[in-house]
Design a protein around this ligand. Structure first.
Ligand SMILES: [Zn+2]
Length: 78
C-alpha cells in the first residue's frame, strides 16, 4: 500500500467523523495509515467497508428518531 504522492506510510490509529443535518458521528481507534510525506490518512478496503456499514446503521437509527436536534453518536472501532 502506498500513498498517491508516493510517500511512505506509517501504521497508526485514526478518528473518522461525519456529520449531517440529523446526526453527528465519531468513530475512534480505527487502524489507519498515515503518509509521512503529505500527511494524508488512508484506510484499507476492509476498514472502509466496516466504516460504511456502521455509518448506515447509525444513519438508519438517526432517521427513526426525530428530535429536532442532531443526535451525537460515538463509536469505537475496536
Ligand atoms: Zn502522501
Amino acid at each position: 500500500m502506498e500513498c498517491s504522492c508516493g510517500g511512505a506510510l506509517i501504521e497508526g490509529r485514526s478518528t473518522y467523523r461525519k456529520g449531517s443535518e440529523h446526526y453527528f458521528f465519531t468513530l475512534e481507534n480505527i487502524p489507519a495509515f498515515q503518509c509521512t510525506r503529505c500527511g494524508k490518512v488512508l484506510f484499507t478496503d476492509e476498514i472502509v467497508e466496516k466504516i460504511r456499514k456502521l455509518e448506515h446503521r447509525i444513519e438508519r437509527d438517526a432517521n427513526e428518531i426525530v428530535t429536532g436536534k442532531p443526535s451525537v453518536r460515538l463509536g469505537d472501532y475496536s
